[in-house]
Ligand binder design. Structure first.
Ligand SMILES: C[S@@+](CC[C@H](N)C(=O)[O-])C[C@H]1O[C@@H](n2cnc3c(N)ncnc32)[C@H](O)[C@@H]1O
Length: 314
C-alpha cells in the first residue's frame, strides 16, 4: 500500500526554524560568508540568481514576483534593493518564517506575505506573476512512497484515476508519459512537485525551481572532479525533525514541456559560477582535515553538486 511523505506538520510547528538545515541561499546570504571561497566571484545567491534569470528573460519595469517558501526571507532581502518598484508576494506555510518574511518586507509598500500552503493558495486565489521562485522547497512537497509499477500500469490501462495516492500518481504518469522502474520493486514518486508544475501553468511568465536532484548528469568542467550521488529515482533524505525527497528533474522537465513551457535545465554549480581551478579540484576531492577554510569549501562543493535548476518560460 502506497503512502505519502508529508512535511507540512513539521513546517507548521512553531520550532521548524530550529531544526532547519542550512540552504544554499542561506550559505551565500552575505558576501563575507566563508562559502564564497567556492565561487569564482563573491556574490550572494540572490544576486547570482537574478543575473542568471536576466540571461534568459527581461522583467520589465514593474514586475510582480511571487516567492514560495522563502524561509528566513534571505533571497528577498538580497534582491529587493535591485528591484525597488517590484510587487512582491511571499507564500509561506510556516507561521514563524512568515513573520520573519514580514519583517524583511516591512520597508516595501508593495510587499505582502500570504501565510498558507501553496497548493491551497494557488487553488483559492487568482495569483499571477511575472516571476515565481520556488527555491529548495519542492522536495518538501508530498512524495508518494511504496508505489509498484504493475499496480500503476493497471490503473493507467483502465484510465480511471481516483484521489488515492496511486490514482494521483497514475494520472500524472499517464498524462506526461513518465517512465516507471522496469522491475516491480516499490518506488518513490515526486507527486507534489509534479502536481505543482501542473498548477503553475498560467500563473507566471517565468518560473524558477531548484532542488536536490535525483537524476542530475553533470557535464564538463564539473564532471571532471565532482560526482553526484544521483540514483535516478527520488531518494529519501532524512533531516532533523522531517524527511524530504530528491527530485527527478527529467519528470518535471517532461511535464513542463507537455504543458507548453520553454524549459532551461542546468546544474546549480553553473548558476553559482563555482570555481573549477586546480585548488577547487583539490579541495573537492580531499577532506583537508585541520584547514577550516578548505573543509568548508570541500563540504560546500560536495553539497552543491547535487542540485539542479529549472527555468520555465511561457
Ligand atoms: C528548505 S526551506 C527553503 C527556504 C528558502 N527558499 C531557502 O532556499 O533558503 C523550505 C521552505 O518552504 C516552505 N514550505 C514547505 N512546504 C510549503 C508549502 N506547501 N507551501 C508554502 N511553503 C512551504 C517552508 O516553510 C520553508 O520556508
Amino acid at each position: 500500500m502506497a503512502s505519502l511523505n508529508e512535511t507540512s506538520a513539521f513546517y507548521k510547528g512553531s520550532d521548524a526554524s530550529l531544526f532547519w538545515e542550512m540552504t544554499i541561499c542561506q550559505s551565500l546570504s552575505d558576501r563575507a560568508s566563508p562559502y564564497m571561497g567556492a565561487l569564482r566571484e563573491a556574490f550572494t545567491f540572490g544576486e547570482l540568481l537574478m543575473a542568471r534569470l536576466y540571461d534568459s528573460i527581461s522583467l520589465g519595469s514593474k514586475p510582480h514576483i511571487i516567492e514560495v517558501g522563502g524561509g528566513y526571507g534571505t533571497l528577498m532581502r538580497s534582491i529587493l534593493p535591485l528591484l525597488p518598484t517590484c510587487k512582491v508576494t511571499m507564500v509561506e506555510l510556516s507561521p514563524r518564517f512568515a513573520d520573519l518574511q514580514r519583517r524583511v518586507l516591512s520597508g516595501f509598500p508593495l510587499g505582502e506575505v500570504i501565510e498558507g500552503d501553496i497548493f491551497e493558495v494557488l487553488r483559492r486565489e487568482h495569483l499571477e506573476a511575472s516571476l515565481l521562485i520556488s527555491n529548495e522547497n519542492i522536495g518538501d512537497f508530498p512524495t508518494a512512497e511504496g508505489l509498484r509499477a504493475d499496480e500503476i500500469s493497471r490503473i493507467v490501462e483502465k484510465g480511471v484515476f481516483d484521489d488515492s495516492v496511486e490514482g494521483r500518481a497514475a494520472r500524472l504518469i499517464s498524462r506526461y508519459n513518465l517512465h516507471m522502474p522496469d522491475d516491480n520493486d516499490p518506488f518513490a514518486f515526486n507527486l507534489g512537485a509534479l502536481e505543482y508544475v501542473e498548477l503553475l501553468k498560467g500563473r507566471a511568465e517565468t518560473v524558477f525551481l531548484s532542488e536536490h536532484s535525483a537524476d542530475i548528469e553533470l557535464g564538463s568542467p564539473w564532471s571532471d572532479f565532482l560526482t553526484p550521488t544521483a540514483t535516478g529515482r527520488p531518494r529519501r533524505i532524512s533531516l532533523k525533525g522531517h524527511a524530504e525527497y530528491s527530485i527527478r528533474f527529467g519528470d518535471l522537465e517532461s511535464a513542463a514541456l507537455a504543458d507548453g513551457w520553454q524549459v532551461e535545465r542546468f546544474p546549480m554549480l553553473e548558476l553559482l559560477k563555482v570555481r573549477d581551478d586546480a585548488g577547487a579540484r583539490f579541495m573537492a576531492g580531499t577532506e583537508c582535515v585541520g584547514n577550516e577554510r578548505s573543509e568548508i569549501i570541500h563540504e560546500f562543493l560536495n553539497h552543491v553538486k547535487e542540485y539542479e535548476c529549472l527555468i520555465l518560460k511561457r
